[in-house]
Structure formats: structure tokens, C-alpha cells
Design a protein around this ligand. Structure first.
Ligand code: GLN
Length: 200
């Protein structure tokens, strides 16, 4: 059984927990406290409002625990606001968790295209097209040398992976398609952290 947490301070928490509960071998957990972070094998940082979630991480003193667990190898997946939380650089603002070698631009799609849906094929994730929802989404402006680009849409980078870290500008949890969640669950099952636990 893999325990997968969803950071439950603000934002689209329930939808992630619901999709995780549909995947065999997964025990979803709403993560609110330090103790919860220590229990999970992987953690999803949901969409919402990154400045609010960032403030709440400070208020509840959760940042250091998340960072040290990420450095120990547990997979983290940031969706939308979660991507912003993971980034080492945010255009014009201070970073939050400072973990992933990406520079992001918040609300990168401006007013007109601010929310939209697209069906896209991402061969590494699934062999069928996946419906992706963008809501006042960020995009990635720059990536570091070890960041892999999973998806570029209309010339903008919207999906990235870097060792145990995964970040998407969009919200796979808002559609009834488990592809992305299964991809993350596999990442958790394959991670060196889980292997370490099994070896113990
Ligand atoms: N615009 C939000 C932010 O900058 C992100 C939106 C979302 O998570 N859907 O934090």
C-alpha cells in the first residue's frame, strides 16, 4: 500500500483525494500537520492560491518538513498553485519551497485565455489523450539542466519533471481521468525512498 498525501490547507484538495481513492494500492491522506507529512510516501500540492497556501505553510510551520522529505526522495507533485510552490524562481516574487529548478510566471495566460480545457497526448504519461483543465494557470519560463519537459502547449512549458518532483500547470484532478494520478502513483512506487523502506 502506498500512502499518498494531499496538502490540505486550501484549494482543490477533495478532487485529488477522490481520484487517488479510485486507484488500487493507494491509501489517500489529507495532510494538515507535520506528523502527516512524515507518514506519506508521496505528496500532492494542489491548486488554489499559491500566496495563501504559502502563508499557511509558514503559519503551520510545515515548509522545512516538506523540504527535508523531498530531499530524502519522496515524490512531490504540484498542480497549478502547487507548481508555483515548488519553483525555485517566481517571476517578480519570492519563492516558497524553493525545490524545483524552474522559473514560473503566475497567471501566465492573462485575462482572455485565463481558463480553458484541452485534450492532449503526453506519451510518457498515457497512450491516450488526456483532458487538461487550466485555471488562471502559471507556465514555466525557464528550466534547469536536469529538468525534463513533459509537455509544451502552444509554445509554453506546462508540465515538468525533475527526479522525484513533478509539476503541472493544469488540473488533472478536475476530470474523471486517472492517467496522471496513476503516473504519480507509479513514480511513488518506483521511488528510491519506497525502495529504501522495502529494504529495511
Ligand atoms: N493563479 C493561482 C496562483 O497564482 C493558481 C491557480 C490555480 O491553482 N488554479 O496561485
Amino acid at each position: 500500500m502506498s500512502k499518498i498525501g494531499v496538502l490540505s490547507l486550501q484549494g482543490g484538495v477533495e478532487e485529488h483525494l477522490e481520484l487517488l481513492s479510485q486507484i488500487e494500492g493507494v491509501e489517500p491522506l489529507a495532510v494538515k500537520k507535520k506528523d502527516d507529512i512524515l507518514k506519506v510516501d508521496g505528496l500532492i500540492l494542489p491548486g488554489g492560491e499559491s500566496t495563501t497556501i504559502g502563508k499557511l505553510l509558514d503559519i503551520f510551520d510545515l515548509k522545512d518538513t516538506i523540504v527535508s522529505r523531498a530531499n530524502a526522495g519522496i515524490p512531490l507533485w504540484g498542480t497549478c498553485a502547487g507548481m508555483i510552490l515548488l519553483a525555485k524562481e517566481i517571476d517578480g516574487e519570492k519563492s516558497h519551497l524553493n525545490l524545483m529548478d524552474i522559473k514560473v510566471r503566475r497567471n501566465g495566460y492573462g485575462n482572455q485565455l485565463d481558463s480553458f480545457k484541452r485534450e492532449v497526448s503526453i506519451p510518457k504519461v498515457s497512450n491516450k489523450a488526456i483532458p487538461l483543465v487550466f485555471i488562471r494557470a502559471p507556465f514555466v519560463e525557464e528550466v534547469g539542466p536536469s529538468t525534463e519537459i513533459l509537455l509544451k502547449l502552444d509554445g509554453k512549458i506546462v508540465g515538468v519533471e525533475e527526479e522525484n518532483l513533478l509539476a503541472t500547470s493544469f488540473h488533472p484532478e478536475l476530470e474523471n481521468d486517472l492517467s496522471f494520478h496513476k503516473y504519480f502513483v507509479n513514480k511513488v512506487k518506483k521511488s528510491s525512498y519506497s525502495n529504501l523502506k522495502i529494504a529495511k
